[in-house]
Design a protein around this ligand. Sequence first.
Ligand code: NG6
Ligand code: CA
Length: 515
Amino acid sequence: MGKGMAFAAAVAVVAVAAVAEKPNIIIIYGDDIGYGDFGCYGGTGVDTANIDRLAEGGLRFTGGYCTAATCTPSRYSLLTGEYAFRNKEAHILPGNAPLIIDPARPTIASFLRDNGYRTALAGKWHLGLGLPTQPLDWNGEIKPGPREVGFEYSFHMAATADRVPSVYIRNGRIVDLDPADPVQVDYQKPVGDEPTGVSHPQLLRVQADLQHSGTIINGVSRIGWMSGGHRARFRDEEMADTYLGQALDFIRAGKGQPFFLYYAPNENHVPRVVHERFQGASSLGPRGDALAVFDWCVGRLVEVLKETGQYENTLIVLSSDNGPVLFDGYWEGAIEKQGGHRAAGPWRGGKYSRWEGGTRVPFIVSWPGTVQPGVSGALVSHVDLLATFAALVGAPLPANAGQDGMDLLPALLGRSDAGRDYVIQEALTQLAVRRGDWKYIPPGSVTERGGIDEWIKTEVDEPGLLFNLAEDPGETRDLAALYPEKLQELRAIVADIAPDKLGGEKKLDRKQLGL
Ligand code: NG6
Ligand code: CA
């Protein structure tokens, strides 16, 4: 337990009730940033002084989880408070996928908007745009999208930086679009006659795998094909400054109304093409340089909060959408240059993985004067943020709001070290569960990225794998045979929540499992 955390539950209730004014709320959502990437979590090779300072003055969780080991499901759960596996569309989306959040479903953004907040998104979206019933016209009004699920202002890319269309969208319109040069997007076949990574590899600044060898934008081939929109195309080097600028403008514009900002930088997702002033900022190559960019952006954001007198009245949650990945389609040298830096910290695996590194992420909360500074081992998940913010603003959640989250306000403010009892971890639609020191991985396969252009799959048979994370953070010693009761206890959690996630065709019904 960290300094200053020995508070009785009764005290916590009184103290939380005493939070009178509605604070601003900022979620800073990193992309593919691992548990071990920041200095305050043991990272080396890149200076993350701004984030470390935020953690020092705030609360740093060691048991903080995103809900899934890839972006779309993780962001879906974050915003809705619903487990992503309940929504069959919540898998990694192409750049032309329809919106997967039902606009009738409350999100953190719509909930806070309805409770007096100004709301904005600046950064990555990747939750789809448009309707499932008709193809999206990129040259008209792009909707439904972030605005229809609660963001009054939105400035974002459609999906990821490695997926077309490589443009920004502001409030439902492509920014800087020339009507004489309309955008077309396709994920099945090339559109237009522009060079691709396959036809013109000599034009590439960074070599890519076949999946990332579609249309070349800014010297980098992407997933998918696009034509048109030349004036609107982004330059990767400026993306961080662009999103940050949007975030800062929004912060500065506030007048007497609290705000909610979902700030979702691209860093350090691939392609890692950082601004010239950050190239070589770390010893880790472009991946570390991108982390330095992220840290710098956090520093600027805090500075502007201070300049505008809002720092003390702003709750910041800083985290990541999934665990780290070194090679993710581009030959950027991340593996060769990692040295002693361990992006996932002590945990096994990373992005895509049911191993711990897939979903155990950095999780830092700042609210000067209100959050009790320290380090907390409480189990907290992004799925809880909607319910927790509802408690914070003192408003009931609508009946149809995310049913999977819980109010963890006392834990989030460092006034209690009681988090959730267990946490569900999703990777590629399969689940795992952690409770206390124990982790259970139901049958199926566990995926992780291996070395360069390599995937590693571990097939898991009945009854699944059981690990003690306190003694074996690397998940190397399966204790299933030694502790069958513990295994059944954790398995019962999954059986209750998602009986179909106990091993696909190998699944046994509950009676056969002895539950
Ligand atoms: C994968 C891509 C990867 C990345 C990821 C999404 C391949 C082989 N890999 O399918 O490069 O784009 O999708 O990342 O295509 S995420 O952080 O948005 O989930
Ligand atoms: Ca991600």
